[in-house]
Design a protein around this ligand. Structure first.
Ligand SMILES: *[C@@H]1O[C@H](CO)[C@@H](O)[C@H](O)[C@H]1NC(C)=O
Ligand SMILES: *[C@@H]1O[C@H](CO)[C@@H](O)[C@H](O)[C@H]1NC(C)=O
Ligand SMILES: *[C@@H]1O[C@H](CO)[C@@H](O)[C@H](O)[C@H]1NC(C)=O
Ligand SMILES: *[C@@H]1O[C@H](CO)[C@@H](O)[C@H](O)[C@H]1NC(C)=O
Ligand SMILES: *[C@@H]1O[C@H](CO)[C@@H](O)[C@H](O)[C@H]1NC(C)=O
Ligand SMILES: CC(=O)N[C@H]1CO[C@H](CO)[C@@H](O)[C@@H]1O
Length: 876
């Protein structure tokens, strides 16, 4: 019982006491009749509301108060009501002795069960029982048992505005909206527990009044209820697919409308977790924006967006794809056996599940899914698990070969990136000797230790055993046969103390996949046979070049060198002979010979074992001393228009001429002469601009830099070597400069046209002069022609002499032909301008050479006596 209630009871008691005292004074006057008990308030039936507190006072109305005993209250069940026990607890009902010998019945909170008849009893003077009663009738006041003051019907539904009322006796209920009474109609139905609104619309918002009245008690109570129509949430925007990148921040909207504004939450489906509580995630419940500070692979999931308000809950799902860069987490090296299938598997993670391919290490081309076009043994299988973001690629090689052994690169790629990893396919195979098939036999001589080395290919490594004449060498305990190594290489060291060791040995290799045999020969080696032939090919006064044909050789025992010994014929002693060795295939040139001398030569070949016997004894004389050989320009012609190769200078204004030193033919070369003239070639004939020729001489060099040349111009270059005897024949090349910025207009057409104009002009003048002269000759016997007529009567030799003087050169050629000029010189041809020495022997007819040689030389060709050409001078 509350403190308040107790205070109220106390106040009430005091009030009653005061009233009682005032009554007492009145009653005392009329109290001298019957003793009786009086209950206050005095009404026989007392109506009291449930829940209120109450006091009834029972006062003996007797002549002598002292005779009253045993004053009690009895409840509606005739049980005596006890006084208030000591302590703080108030029972629902108790008695309390009040001043004036009265007994109060205290009811702290009236309940409907407490209704009924209560007796107050006492005995008077021990003889008389006094008794009186009072009836308590309870009633229930109007109370709102379920009538919330704010109610929220949902748009479109039927809704009962609740107004549940309790009262006893029963109340009547009616409704008002915004002050106007509501009648039951199509829209509203007044029900026991509330007002039914059919098909709630937003206009149904408003203030409703629920009014309860109890006719019996006259009680009237009103309740105002605020009705606000709610709208169920609708998700207006949520993409069905979202894409995030691993490691990056991410945001997604889920927008919803409704009244009141819906509250949004996001649920990660696989773990049924509201992400607002998760790390890295934030959710704005009002806007629906979900953000992830840094996306991880685990965020890949289906998410449910839930929009919730007072009117309901809706949800919608979306899938969040996390783009994960691929990573390869498994690629084991594999080992297979040749001929069988081998498969290498690569496993990768990533989102979307990466595509997996392979390629051979070091190549660009990747294998395509399925069977390869160019190698149908190879198949690439791919398997994707997009849900788990995993994929597997398997490269299958059917009927594997040794060549398949190697490194293979797995390539996993998706939208985000590409990952690589390299693994090894090892192909095992039985021992194999095919690489040793072409090897020569092993040679030994003079009991030299021989090493028969046997290497077996094979994976795993093969072990090797040796057999000789069908017996296992290991079991023979022959001290001349020693085995070093058991595989994959094994060397059989043979000490061939007797002939029988020169024989075949068998090397046998074995591994888990098989066995192979290889025969190896140990042969006895000898020095080479006689040289088959040695023929002089080119002669100069001081050198002879030979062609040598070697003796037959055995595989594995090549000729290492050729040697020649030579001496002058009249020296009978070979021990003082000179010697020279050449490695095979070099130019076999003997130098430093004396001119016009007869020599004896003999030849021998050398191999590993030693020098063979001397053979091919041969005599050969050198020609007499002469002008040097033609020097050889060291330029490669680039253009070759029919007969004349043209060397192209990389520059427009200069050119470096280089040449090789020719044989000096017995006298040292002291200088070179270079002549170069610009010119043009017209109708296949070379025309030189004589006045622009340059002639220079150089010493102690084999190159010359020509400068101040014109661009895009042809030059003919003549090069001659000189010694004490004279000039060599000229080497001639045509050189063309490139078109430069400084091109001097020597272009063919202009040269031609200007030359033609000059020619025509000169020709015209000459013709005029000739006609005038002819007229003069005929009429007055004067003029040049007349003089010539007179001169013609002299001897022809005088004309020859004049011609000779006019040429200004010593020419041992036949008298010049009446033609104006000899045709231009061809490259390598004999030069017209070459000053021919008196001593020049090479131009004289063969028979006139007073020499003992069996072979003659005309400067370009060596002729045998019968005139057959043996060799050609390479200087051509
Ligand atoms: C979410 O919605 C807001 C407001 O419409 C917009 O500004 C924002 O760009 C949206 N974010 C994403 C990730 O779509
Ligand atoms: C695979 O083989 C390669 C090359 O032979 C080697 O470098 C690598 O360590 C091997 N990997 C494994 C997992 O054995
Ligand atoms: C035998 O030959 C092999 C290969 O040519 C070589 O490696 C090895 O050292 C040789 N053995 C001897 C004893 O000379
Ligand atoms: C196989 O032989 C080679 C060459 O002798 C050697 O380097 C390699 O270690 C051997 N391999 C094994 C597995 O014995
Ligand atoms: C020539 O060879 C012999 C032996 O064959 C040698 O004694 C001599 O010194 C050699 N002469 C020259 C010039 O090399
Ligand atoms: C219900 C009940 O038993 N009432 C009795 C209580 O006692 C009085 C007399 O003491 C009787 O008159 C009632 O009938």
């Amino acid at each position: 019982m509350g403190q308040l209630q107790r205070q109220r009871v106390a106040r009430l008691a005091t009030l009653l006491y005061v009233m009682l005292c005032s009554c007492l004074t009145i009653d005392l006057c009329s109290a001298q009749q019957e003793p009786r008990l009086q209950i206050y308030p005095t009404q026989e039936v007392q109506r009291k509301p449930v829940g209120k507190s109450l006091i009834l006072t029972c006062r003996p109305n007797v002549p002598d108060q002292a005779l009253v005993t045993d004053l009690q209250w009895k409840d509606n069940m005739n049980n005596t009501i006890l006084p208030k026990p000591t302590g703080r607890n108030h029972p629902p009902m108790y008695t309390e002795t009040l001043p004036g010998e009265s007994l109060g019945l205290m009811i702290t909170a009236l309940t409907s069960e407490m209704g009924g008849k209560y007796y107050c009893t006492a005995s008077y003077a021990n003889t008389e029982i006094l008794q009186t009663s009072v009836t308590i009738k309870t009633y229930v006041a109007i109370t709102w048992t379920n009538a919330p003051e704010n109610q929220f019907p949902i748009l479109g539904s039927d809704y009962v505005v609740k107004c549940e009322v309790k009262a006893d006796p029963n109340p009547t209920i009616d409704w008002l909206r915004n002050g106007d009474p509501i009648r039951t109609d199509a829209k509203y139905v007044v029900q026991t527990h509330g007002l039914l609104i059919r098909n709630v619309a937003e206009t149904d918002d408003g203030i409703y009044t629920c009014r309860a009245a109890v006719i019996e008690t006259g009680e009237l109570l009103e309740r105002t209820i605020r009705v606000e129509v709610y709208i169920a949430p609708v998700i207006t925007h949520l993409p069905a697919q979202l894409e995030a990148v691993e490691g990056k921040p991410f945001a997604a909207n889920c927008t919803a409308i409704g009244k009141p504004v819906p509250e949004i939450s996001w649920i990660k489906q696989s773990v049924q977790l509201n992400v607002a509580t998760a790390d890295r995630f934030t959710v704005n419940a009002q806007t629906g924006l979900m953000t992830i500070s840094s996306v991880t692979q685990e965020d890949y999931d289906t998410y449910t967006c839930i929009a919730r308000n007072g009117a309901g809950v809706v949800d919608q799902k979306t899938k969040l794809n996390v783009l994960v860069r691929p990573s390869i987490y498994e690629l084991y090296n594999v080992t297979g056996v040749s001929g069988k299938e081998i498969a290498i598997t690569c496993r990768s993670k990533g989102r979307p599940a990466p595509a997996i391919s392979f390629r051979r290490w070091g190549t660009e081309q990747q294998y395509t899914p399925g069977i390869q076009m160019d190698d149908e043994r190879i198949t690439l299988e791919q398997y994707f698990d997009d849900e788990r973001g995993e994929s597997t690629g398997t490269l299958r090689i059917a009927r594997s070969q040794r060549a398949d052994d190697g490194l293979y690169q797995c390539i996993a790629s998706n939208k985000g990136d590409t990952a690589y990893k390299t693994g090894h396919i090892a192909v095992e195979f039985p021992p194999d000797f095919s690489h040793m098939k072409e090897l020569p036999p092993v040679f030994s001589w003079e009991q030299r230790i021989a090493n028969l080395s046997c290497l077996a290919m094979g994976i795993p490594n093969a072990t090797i055993e040796w057999r000789w004449n069908g017996r296992n060498i290991k079991d023979m305990y022959d001290t001349n046969l020693k085995i070093e190594g058991t595989g994959p290489r094994s060397d059989l060291i043979v000490h061939p103390v007797t002939r029988q060791y020169y024989s075949a040995y068998k090397c046998i290799a074995t591994n888990i996949h098989g066995t192979a045999e290889h025969d190896m020969q140990l042969k006895e080696a000898r020095v080479p046979d006689f040289v088959a032939a040695a023929v002089p090919r080119q002669l100069t006064a001081t050198t002879i070049t030979f062609d040598i044909r070697g003796p037959p050789t055995e595989l594995g025992l090549p000729i290492l060198a050729y040697s020649v010994q030579y001496k002058e014929v009249n020296n009978p002693d070979w021990s003082t002979a000179l010697n020279r060795s050449w490695s095979p295939d070099s130019p076999y040139i003997v130098e430093g010979l004396r001119p016009q001398t007869m020599y004896s030569f003999r030849f021998a070949a050398r191999n590993q074992v030693g020098l063979g016997n001397w053979g091919v004894n041969q005599q050969q004389s050198t020609p007499r001393r002469s002008a040097p050989e033609e020097p050889k320009p060291l330029h490669r012609p680039e253009q070759n228009d029919k007969e004349e190769p043209v060397v192209v200078s990389p520059y427009s204004d200069h050119f470096e001429l280089r040449w090789g030193v020719p044989a000096d033919n017995g006298e040292p070369i002291d200088r070179y002469q270079i002549k170069y003239c610009p010119g043009v070639k017209m109708a296949g004939t070379w025309h030189e601009l004589e006045d622009r020729c340059n002639t220079v001489e150089v010493v102690e060099t084999t190159s010359y830099q020509m400068t101040d040349l014109s661009g895009n111009t042809y030059y003919r270059i003549e090069l001659k070597a000189h010694n004490a005897i004279g000039y060599s024949s000229p080497a001639s090349i045509i050189m063309k400069t490139t078109r430069g910025n400084d091109v001097i207009q020597v272009a063919e057409r202009q040269v031609l046209s200007s030359a033609a104009i000059v020619g025509i002009a000169v020709g015209g003048v000459l013709l005029l002069l000739f006609i005038v002269d002819l007229l003069c000759c005929i009429t007055v016997h004067m003029g040049v022609m007349a003089a010539m007529c007179r001169k013609a009567k002299r001897s022809p030799s005088e004309i020859d002499d004049e011609a000779k003087l006019g040429s200004g050169q010593l020419v041992k050629e036949p008298p010049p032909s009446p033609l104006p000029l000899p045709p231009p010189v061809k490259l390598g041809g004999s030069p017209v301008t070459s000053p021919l020495d008196e001593k020049e022997p090479l131009r004289t007819p063969t028979g006139s050479l007073k020499q003992n040689s069996t072979i003659e030389f005309d400067g370009r060709f060596v002729h045998s006596r019968s005139g057959e050409i043996i060799g050609k001078n390479s200087a051509v």
